[in-house]
Design a protein around this ligand. Structure first.
Ligand code: GLA
Length: 724
C-alpha cells in the first residue's frame, strides 16, 4: 500500500519502493512532518520519540511548542512565529488559526484540481487530510499524492470557509517542508530575457532566502523551482530535495533558517500583491507542487522530474510522439514577408526534409512592426492575398504541415479591438497605461475577454487549417487593475488572470486535439509545468546562439526534459549575439530539444543545404532517443570550458552523446569524457566513426574528445550496442 495510516502511532506513511514521506498527528491533532527521504520499512519508536515530548495529551498551544516543531501546515502567530503556509484575515481583523485534524481519506488515483492544471494519477494513491479552525469555521484540506513510478510527492491545499463571514486569504501556499537541519545549499534558476535560467547555488544562511516573481508570469528572471542540496552533492551523488510548482503566474519559493538551524522550505503563489476573499461556503484551491527526493544527485532529481513530465504531465497526441522538424520564418523575414517569399522558403524547407512550416508574427491586422494590431486576428491580405486559408492550402499541397504564431493574451493600443473595448486591458483606473513592446495585456479575469479570444483565435486556427500553434506572450503585467473587479478583490487579479489563461487554453486546445501546441513568452518567460499540462513543448529562449543555448538548455534540463524545449538552428552571425558558430554545433545544440530551423534557407549555398538535409536525416533517425531517452548532464558550462550531455534508451542499448568545447585551446591534449547510464557488459559502436568501445570503458575511463582548433566545436557520438 503506498499510503497507510497507523491508528496506534497516528502516523501516515506515504511511500513507493524508493521513498517515504511520513506525517504524524501530534496529540492526535497537529500534523507534524516526521520524515522525507529514502524509503523506511517502518516507523521506529525512536523516530516517533524525537517528537514525543510534544505529542502526548498535554500538548497545548499555551506552551508554544509549534515554534520548535516541523509541521505540515504551519500558520503564523498561533504558537509558531515563523511565516506559515496560510495567513487569513478574519472578519474581526485578527489572523489567528488553530488548525486541528478533523478527518482523512486515502483514495486511489488523484483528483483533478478545479480550474488548475495538475498531474494525472495513473497508478497513484492520494491522501486528503482535513484540518479545521473551530473558532472561524475555516477548514483546510491538504492533498498528497504518491506514484509507484516517480519519486515525487505532489502536494496542494484547499481552503474552505465554513464560517458565517467572509475571510480574506492573504497567503496560501502549496507546500511546506520543515527540515530539522539546514546544512544545505540552495539551488535556483535565474536569468533575464535571452539569458533565461542560469544555475545559481549558495549555502543556506540564517534568515530568509529563495526566489520569487511578482510579474504575473513564471518569468524569464526566475523559475518556479528550487532545490536543497546536501553537502558535496554532484550530478550523480548526494541527497537532493527539490520543489517545483505547477503554476504559470507569480510565485514564491523560500527557505527560512530559524534560531535552531531548522530550515522551512515553502513554495506557492506569490503572497505579495495577492489576496482572495472567500465568502462563506466558498473554497480556494492552491496549485500543485512536486516534491522530489533524489539520493542520486542532481541528475537523479532531473530524471524524476523528466519522468513525471512524460508520464503524468504532458497530454495529447504529441505528448509521447516524435515531433515534426520545423522551420519558423521569424529570423528569416521578421515582419517583412509576402506569400511569395514564404512559399519559396517553404519549398526549400521541403527539399531539405523539413516537415512543418511555421508562419510567425505579422500575418494579421496591419502589423508591419511590433506596434499594432494585436487582438485583430484577421488576415492581412496585403501580405497574404488569399489569407491564411490560401497560404496554408499551398503549403499543405507541398506536403508540409502548416503552423501559426498567435499572441492571444495581448492587445495593441493601435487596434480595432482596443478602440472598441478600451477597458478590456489590465489598467489602473485612469492612470497612464504603461506599454511594453507597444502592447497592453488583456484582462483575462473577464469572461467577455476570454470568450472573444476563444472565438477569434479559434476562427484563425480553423481558417489556417493549422497543424501547429506557437502561443506567445510577450510582456508582463504592470499598472495592475481590472475594470470589472470590485476594489476589495483587486488583488485577486494576478491569480484570476492565470485561471483565465488556463480556461482559454483548455477551451481552444479541446477544439484542436490533433494540433501540436508550443508555448512561448518572449522566449522562455513561462517555462513551467503549468504550461506543460496544456502544451508539450515551449520555446526555450529568444536567444538562438548555440553557445548561449547550450547554457540555457543545460540549466533548463534540471527540471524539464528535452522533449519540452523548443530549439532551432539559426543564421550566423547570430541575431542576438553576433557570434559565429559552426552549423554542426548549432545543430548538435538544437538536438538537445525539439529540433527546428529559424533562418533564411534561400540565402544558404547548396553545400550547406545538403548538410542540412543530412542533419535532418540524422535527427529523424535518433529523435525518439533525443526527446524521450534517459537524460544525463555530464559537464557544466557554468563551471568550465566544456558542456556535455547524453541521452540513453530505457534499455541502455543506444545513446547519443554531445560535447561542446567553448573556446579552442592551442597545444592541449585530448579530453576524456566519462559517460553514465550504459550497460558495462555491452560493447557499443559509434555510428559516425565505426569505433567500438566497451560500456565499462566508456563509463570508467571515458571517451576521447579531440581538442578542436576553432571555437564552439561540437562532437557527437551515436552509440549502439553490438549484439553479443
Ligand atoms: C517573441 C518570440 C519570438 C517571435 C516574436 C514575434 O519575441 O519569442 O520567437 O515569435 O515574439 O514578435
Amino acid at each position: 500500500m503506498p499510503i497507510t495510516f497507523d491508528e496506534s502511532t497516528r502516523c501516515f506513511h506515504l511511500q513507493n519502493d524508493r521513498i517515504s514521506y511520513i506525517i504524524r498527528l501530534a496529540a492526535g491533532r497537529y500534523p507534524l512532518h516526521l520524515y522525507w527521504g529514502r524509503r523506511l520499512r517502518a516507523v521506529s519508536d525512536d523516530l516517533l520519540s524525537r517528537l514525543c515530548a510534544y505529542t502526548d495529551e498535554d500538548f497545548s498551544l499555551h506552551e508554544t511548542p509549534l515554534d520548535l516543531l516541523p509541521q505540515e501546515c504551519p500558520t503564523f502567530g498561533c504558537g509558531d512565529m515563523r511565516e506559515g503556509m496560510l495567513h487569513v484575515l478574519h472578519a474581526d481583523g485578527t489572523h489567528a488559526l488553530d488548525l486541528q485534524y478533523v478527518s482523512h481519506e486515502i483514495i486511489d488515483g488523484k483528483p483533478a484540481l478545479p480550474g488548475l492544471p495538475s498531474a494525472r494519477g495513473e497508478g497513484a494513491q492520494t491522501l486528503q487530510l482535513t484540518l479545521r479552525d473551530s473558532e472561524s469555521g475555516l477548514s483546510v484540506t491538504l492533498t498528497y499524492t504518491v506514484w509507484p513510478d516517480v519519486d515525487i510527492v505532489a502536494r496542494s491545499m484547499r481552503v474552505t470557509n465554513g464560517g458565517a463571514s467572509p475571510a480574506v486569504i492573504e497567503r496560501a501556499l502549496s507546500a511546506c517542508v520543515d527540515f530539522e537541519q539546514a546544512d544545505f545549499s540552495l539551488l535556483t534558476l535565474s536569468g533575464a530575457w535571452a539569458r533565461e535560467r542560469g544555475i545559481v547555488s549558495r549555502p543556506l544562511v540564517p534568515g530568509d532566502q529563495g526566489t520569487s516573481t511578482a510579474r504575473g508570469a513564471s518569468s524569464v528572471q526566475t523559475s518556479p523551482f528550487m532545490a536543497l542540496l546536501a553537502p558535496n552533492t554532484t550530478e550523480q551523488t548526494g541527497d537532493v530535495y527539490a520543489f517545483a510548482l505547477c503554476y504559470s503566474g507569480s510565485f514564491a519559493a523560500s527557505v527560512h533558517v530559524d534560531q535552531f538551524s531548522m530550515a522551512r522550505a515553502q513554495i506557492g503563489i506569490q503572497p505579495f500583491n495577492f489576496s482572495w476573499t472567500l465568502d462563506p461556503g466558498d473554497s480556494f484551491q492552491t496549485p500543485e507542487a512536486y516534491l522530489c527526493f533524489s539520493p542520486d544527485g542532481l541528475n537523479g532529481m532531473s530524471r524524476q522530474y523528466h519522468a513525471l513530465t512524460h508520464r503524468h504531465i504532458t497530454t495529447g497526441r504529441y505528448a509521447a510522439a516524435e515531433r515534426p522538424l520545423l522551420i519558423n520564418n521569424w529570423e528569416a523575414t521578421y515582419f517583412d514577408f509576402n506569400e511569395e517569399k514564404l512559399l519559396a522558403l517553404a519549398r526549400c524547407a521541403k527539399d531539405v526534409g523539413i516537415d512543418l512550416f511555421v508562419l510567425d508574427d505579422g500575418w494579421f491586422g496591419h502589423r508591419d512592426a511590433d506596434n499594432s494590431s494585436l487582438g485583430d486576428w484577421f488576415d492581412d491580405v496585403r501580405k497574404l492575398p488569399d489569407g491564411l486559408a490560401g497560404l496554408s492550402a499551398r503549403v499543405h499541397a507541398m506536403g508540409l504541415k502548416f503552423g501559426l504564431w498567435v499572441e492571444p493574451e495581448m492587445i495593441s493600443p493601435d487596434s480595432e479591438l482596443c478602440r472598441a473595448h478600451p477597458d478590456w486591458c489590465i489598467h489602473a483606473g485612469s492612470r497612464m497605461r504603461v506599454e511594453s513592446r507597444h502592447q497592453l495585456v488583456l484582462d483575462l479575469s473577464r469572461q467577455d475577454v476570454r470568450d472573444y479570444i476563444v472565438e477569434h483565435i479559434g476562427a484563425a486556427l480553423r481558417r489556417a487549417q493549422v497543424d501547429y500553434v506557437k502561443w506567445d506572450m510577450n510582456r508582463n503585467i504592470n499598472m495592475w487593475g481590472s475594470a470589472q473587479l470590485p476594489p476589495e478583490r483587486m488583488r485577486e487579479l494576478g491569480h484570476r488572470y492565470i485561471l483565465g489563461l488556463y480556461d482559454i487554453m483548455s477551451r481552444i486546445i479541446a477544439q484542436f486535439p490533433d494540433v501540436l501546441f508550443e508555448s512561448c513568452a518572449g522566449g522562455g518567460g513561462r517555462f513551467d509545468l503549468g504550461m506543460m499540462c496544456f502544451m508539450p513543448q515551449a520555446w526555450c529562449s529568444d536567444d538562438t546562439d548555440a553557445h548561449m543555448r547550450s547554457r540555457i538548455q543545460y540549466a533548463t534540463s534540471l527540471v524539464f526534459p528535452p522533449s519540452t524545449m523548443g530549439a532551432h538552428v539559426s543564421a550566423v552571425p547570430n541575431h542576438q549575439t553576433g557570434r559565429i558558430t559552426p552549423l554542426e554545433t548549432r545543430a548538435a545544440v538544437a538536438m538537445g530539444g525539439t529540433y527546428g530551423y529559424e533562418l533564411d534557407l534561400l540565402r544558404l549555398p547548396q553545400q550547406e543545404l545538403d548538410e542540412i538535409a543530412a542533419l535532418n536525416r540524422r535527427v529523424k533517425s535518433m529523435q525518439r532517443l533525443l526527446l524521450y531517452g534517459v537524460f544525463y548532464r555530464l559537464k557544466s558550462p557554468f563551471e568550465g570550458n566544456e558542456t556535455a550531455w547524453m541521452s540513453v534508451s530505457e534499455d541502455g542499448r543506444e545513446a547519443v552523446v554531445t560535447h561542446v568545447f567553448t573556446l579552442a585551446q592551442p597545444n592541449a591534449k585530448p579530453a576524456l569524457l566519462r559517460l553514465v547510464g550504459l550497460n558495462p557488459s555491452l560493447d557499443y559502436r559509434d555510428e559516425a566513426t565505426g569505433r567500438v568501445y566497451g560500456g565499462d570503458e566508456l563509463m570508467h575511463h571515458g571517451i576521447r574528445i579531440e581538442v578542436p582548433w576553432n571555437d564552439y566545436r561540437a562532437q557527437q557520438f551515436h552509440l549502439i550496442a553490438l549484439d553479443s
